[in-house]
Each structure stands twice: as structure tokens, then as C-alpha cells.
Design a binder for this molecule. Structure first.
Ligand code: AP5
Length: 226
């Protein structure tokens, strides 16, 4: 495959970030996680961050126009010339339409949308125990993926914290937002033949193996089509 343009789709806490980190290492492609981009903007108190903060704290999605511009710039950058991995974008049908328009404007095509799925109870269990490094967003779980030293990131040594939106009542609201606004994208991409379903409830290693299998199959299909 000459170019790999991927989207990671799925409910909050299904493991998109966990798999995104691994994929980024495997594929050596730029990885754009809108949650990380927005949290960095909030930390740096940029205009984007000031707009996004109140939505994020409530567990609401930020308005489409706020996020579409930020992602469009990145896809159109030199570092994304061989492809990109998007995590957390698109999250609404208008965002998906904006992505399709951008990709087409660049005379490129989406390769696949990987749906990493998990049910609501699993999401609540995972987000309740998640610990995230403040500096670079590396992700751990107190039971399922514990750091070697309590409260310290294995990768960069920074402090691990509970995300503001991982409080129980906010988790429930994020799930409602997902079902209402993001789930329609499953059908949207299935109809275009881009959707690949991955069982996110297996262990992180098993999920990673399934993702690799899907990418290998895609490569074989593309090679056969040439
Ligand atoms: P964002 O940061 O994107 O949050 P999210 O989609 O809700 O996803 P999460 O980061 O919570 O979960 P994840 O699927 O990455 O799971 P993870 O790998 O961490 O967005 C935050 C907010 O920003 C949104 O609410 C919204 O306000 C705003 N926003 C972002 N994008 C936007 C957009 N496009 N439009 C509008 N607003 C936007 O794993 C979770 C936990 O489970 C971890 O502890 C992990 O260690 C553990 N785990 C992972 N995999 C496994 C496994 N296989 N088995 C057991 N445990 C596992």
C-alpha cells in the first residue's frame, strides 16, 4: 500500500489510544488524537483550548467547526504525505463529511476505519481505572495495564493522573454522546466499504494482533487490485 489513511473509531475507553500508540510505532505515521490535541490546547491556554475546555469538562463534544480546522491543517501537512492515523476524529457525520472533502481535495482516499468496540459496562470499568501521563498522554490502567512504578509513566517518567472527564457522571454522559452522535458513523463507513470491526474487549496484545491482521489483509487486497 503506498499510502495508509486510517481512522480509529469506537466508544470512549475502548482502547483507541492504547492501540494508536502501538500503531504509530509499527507504521511510523503521524498520529493525530483529537482528545490529546484539545487537552494540550487547554493546558497551553490557547484560543482553541479556551473554547474547548467547558465542553470537554462536561463530556460534550466540542463544536464541529472548532475541531475540523485543527485536523484539516494536519492532514494537509508534509509529515502526513504518506498517510495518517486519526483517533477521535471524526466523531459526527458532519466531521466525517468534512474529512471526506479534505481527503478528496488532496486527491487521496481513506484506507480504512477501524472500529475498536466495547460495551458500556467495560468502558466504565476501564475509564474508572485509567491513569494518563500529563506530558505526552501515555495511557495505563491500575489493573489491566499497570505502570511499573505507581503513579509514574513508564515511557517518560512524568506523573500519572486521573483525567478530569473520567469522573463517573461525566463518563456516562460521554457514552450518551457517543451513542447519539458518533455511532451513526458505523453505518456511514460500512456503506462505503471502509469499516473493519475489531473486538476491543480482548487483551491489549490480542487487540493489537487483530489490528495487524486487518492491516495485512488490506495490504493483500490492495496488492491484488493493482
Ligand atoms: P478523547 O480523548 O478522544 O476521549 P475518548 O474518545 O472518549 O477516548 P478515550 O481517550 O477516553 O479512550 P480510548 O478509546 O483512547 O481508550 P484508552 O486507550 O485510553 O476525547 C476527550 C474529549 O475531547 C471528548 O469528550 C470531547 O469533548 C473532545 N473531543 C475529542 N475529539 C473530538 C471531536 N472529534 N469532536 C468533538 N469533540 C472532540 O483505554 C482506556 C483504558 O482502558 C486505559 O486505562 C487503558 O489502559 C485500558 N485498556 C485499553 N485497552 C484495553 C484492553 N484491551 N483491555 C483492558 N484494558 C484496556
Amino acid at each position: 500500500m503506498s499510502e495508509l489513511n486510517l481512522v480509529l473509531l469506537g466508544p470512549p475507553g475502548s482502547g483507541k489510544g492504547t492501540q494508536g500508540e502501538r500503531l504509530q510505532e509499527d507504521l511510523r505515521l503521524p498520529y493525530y488524537a483529537t482528545g490529546d490535541i484539545l487537552r494540550a490546547a487547554v493546558r497551553d491556554e490557547t484560543a482553541l483550548g479556551r473554547t474547548a475546555k467547558e465542553y470537554m469538562d462536561r463530556g460534550d463534544l466540542v463544536p464541529d467547526d472548532v475541531i475540523v480546522g485543527a485536523i484539516g491543517e494536519r492532514i494537509d501537512s508534509a509529515e502526513a504525505a504518506d498517510g495518517f492515523i486519526l483517533d477521535g476524529f471524526p466523531r459526527t457525520v458532519p466531521q466525517a463529511e468534512a474529512l471526506a472533502a479534505k481527503v478528496s481535495e488532496l486527491s487521496r482516499e481513506m484506507t480504512a476505519v477501524l472500529l475498536i468496540d466495547a460495551d458500556d459496562d467495560e468502558v466504565v470499568r476501564r475509564l474508572g481505572g485509567r491513569r494518563t501521563c500529563e506530558e505526552n498522554g501515555h495511557v495505563f490502567h491500575v489493573d489491566f495495564n499497570p505502570p511499573k512504578r505507581d503513579g509514574v509513566c513508564d515511557v517518560d517518567g512524568s506523573e500519572l493522573r486521573v483525567r478530569d472527564d473520567d469522573k463517573p457522571e461525566v463518563i456516562r454522559h460521554r457514552l450518551d454522546q457517543y451513542h447519539e452522535k458518533t455511532e451513526p458513523l458505523i453505518d456511514f463507513y460500512d456503506r462505503q466499504g471502509l469499516l473493519r470491526r475489531i473486538d476491543g474487549t480482548a487483551t491489549p496484545d490480542e487487540v493489537a494482533a487483530e489490528v495487524r491482521g486487518v492491516l495485512t489483509t488490506l495490504k493483500l487486497e490492495t496488492d491484488e487490485a493493482i
